[in-house]
Design a protein around this ligand. Structure first.
Ligand code: SIN
Length: 527
């Protein structure tokens, strides 16, 4: 197969890149592992999409503050200054997404004026600026996006297909090999955009859908692209925690309880019923996400359980989708929703510039697999769909410009598939080992010794997986390889970097290595 622009992944960033490239007249091929929209993390996004209102500087300041002042100011400026135009163009004009409105005022509008919309607030935001559809915004954006692209001339979508490796020629990326219908084949492309999402499968507990195996990060790293800020793995403070829910079935799974719930007044309480966040940070439950996640983790360790108390809001009325999920799991809302932090978002990734260009010629990246600099060490809530949209459009336009009419077949060595397939349990067992290692040693708080142990275990695991991958081609073995590579990159980066934002190094005795006082975090030793 050939295409001007190959897009790998079909979340919001991949869709935005495909749309933008097609608008520029490129012939676009989207290759995605997904078979359903809900296979992409974008579809699972609850909170919404933050959009600049009257004070862009205030929005930028919130992003920088949430990032522990490590975000790249120019990248933040790009995100903030383009937010309205891109949301109005793509989401309102093109896809006609019906965000929750006040008094029915937003019907048919093509502007994001605050007066029209029921804007939400989440942790770290100093004002209401989040467009949403109930607490299931992602599905209301991604599904029409996929439908639009499926019907659009110039865009082909191949689903249930796994990108295996990038095709390179003297440092230039010329497409990728893919596995589709059991066959490996090359896709030659003038430009390739990686939009493969995050690394949730590297951890035992994540808010991501299955299949978030760091594919883009690993493929880019293996091809020699620069990858950075991998130590910044964000943990969401409030994922439903079946382990501390007496009502939960044995096989109950965690699910995200949106920050919007805290934005509307829900409180975090420990097992003694104490509301602990006011003692930790002046913004209490609305402190930056990394601060809340660490505090929840410590309160849970100290007292055994943390619940999100929703008694001060009309939870069923304001969050009907979440209330239905809780009912489905048998959560007793009067007792509060049991919560624990869970892996949520990779702030680092394949290093890109303001047009999504990576360090390799003709290779672009957008969305969670890319490191744009917007998030620095910790991402502000409801900026991920926005970043995927802004950088997806920019990467798609630039990739079209670079790749139009330029797909070139190059020599490549197909991977060997000579040995018998491995049983499904093989990948499950290895993923289990990987997840336990990452949770124990590369989680919400890390120690130098723990990171050393993790690196040794991950190297061993990767060695085993590589040995099998040399003679077998399957989606699960490549996902495992990619997850091992991504995990090693996280552990390595974490071992070499001081604490900042969601990367928190603690001494083995439990005291914090870095001075976190500026973020209002109570030192662990005082707990
Ligand atoms: C949430 O709804 O809490 C998640 C939003 C986000 O990760 O930006």
């Amino acid at each position: 197969m050939k295409a001007d622009v190959l897009v790998v992944g079909s979340g919001i960033a991949g869709c935005a890149a495909a749309l933008a490239a097609a608008r520029e007249g490129a012939d676009v091929l989207v290759v995605t592992k997904a078979t359903e929209p809900e296979d992409a993390a974008s579809d699972w996004a609850q909170g919404g999409i933050a959009v600049t209102q009257s004070a862009p500087e205030e929005f930028a300041a919130d992003i920088r503050r949430a990032s522990d002042d490590t975000a790249d100011p120019e990248a933040v400026e790009t995100l903030v200054s383009e937010s309205r135009a891109v949301v109005e163009d793509v989401l309102l004009d093109t896809l006609e997404v019906e965000f929750d409105a006040v008094g029915g005022g937003a019907d048919g509008t093509d502007s994001t004026d605050a007066a029209d919309f029921d804007l939400a607030r989440e942790a770290g935001h100093s004002s209401r600026r989040i467009l949403h559809v109930d607490a299931s915004t992602g599905a209301h954006v991604l599904r029409p996006f996929l439908q639009h692209l499926s019907a659009r001339d110039g865009v082909r979508i191949v689903d249930d297909a796994t990108a295996l490796d990038l095709l390179t020629e003297e440092g230039t990326v010329r497409g990728a090999t893919i596995l589709a219908d059991g066959e490996v084949e090359p896709v030659f492309a003038g430009a390739t955009v990686l939009a493969t999402g995050g690394i949730g499968d590297c951890y035992a507990r994540s808010t991501n859908p299955a299949g978030a195996t760091g594919d883009g990060v690993a493929m880019a790293a293996l091809a020699g692209a620069t990858v950075s800020d991998m130590q910044y793995v964000q943990f969401h403070p409030t994922a439903y925690d079946p382990r501390t829910d007496p009502q939960a079935d044995d096989d109950a799974q965690p699910f995200l309880v949106s920050e919007a719930v805290r934005g509307e007044g829900a409180a975090l309480r420990d097992a003694d019923g104490r509301r602990f966040m006011p003692d930790v940070h002046e913004d209490a439950e609305l402190a930056p996400r990394d601060v809340v996640a660490r505090a929840v983790s410590r309160a849970r360790d100290r007292t055994g359980r943390v619940v999100l108390d929703v008694s001060d809001l009309d939870f069923r009325e304001e969050f009907p989708d979440l209330a239905a999920l809780c009912d489905d799991r048998g959560v007793d809302l009067d007792a509060g929703i049991p919560v624990a932090p869970s892996e949520h978002f990779l702030c680092g990734g394949v290093a890109v510039d303001d047009r999504g260009r990576t360090s390799l010629s003709r290779l672009f990246a957008a969305g969670e697999c890319a490191r744009t600099g917007v998030h620095g060490a910790n991402r502000l809530a409801s900026t991920s769909l926005l970043e995927g949209l802004v950088w997806g459009v920019r990467a798609g336009e630039t990739a079209a410009d670079r790749g139009r009419g330029d797909a070139e077949a190059v020599e490549y060595a197909p991977p060997r598939d000579s040995d018998p397939a491995l049983p499904d349990a093989f990948a499950d067992t290895k993923f289990d080992r990987l997840g336990r290692t990452m949770d124990e040693f590369v989680g919400i708080e890390r120690t130098p010794d723990g990171l050393g142990t993790a690196r040794a275990r991950l190297r061993r695991l990767k060695g085993e997986v590589d040995a099998y991958a040399r003679t077998r081609v399957s989606q699960s073995i490549y996902e495992l390889r990619n997850a091992c590579v991504s995990s090693l990159l996280v552990a390595r980066a974490a071992a070499d970097a001081p604490s900042a934002g969601c990367h928190s190094l603690v001494d083995p005795d439990g005291s914090e290595e870095s001075d976190d006082a500026g973020r209002g975090v109570t030192p662990r030793a005082d707990d």
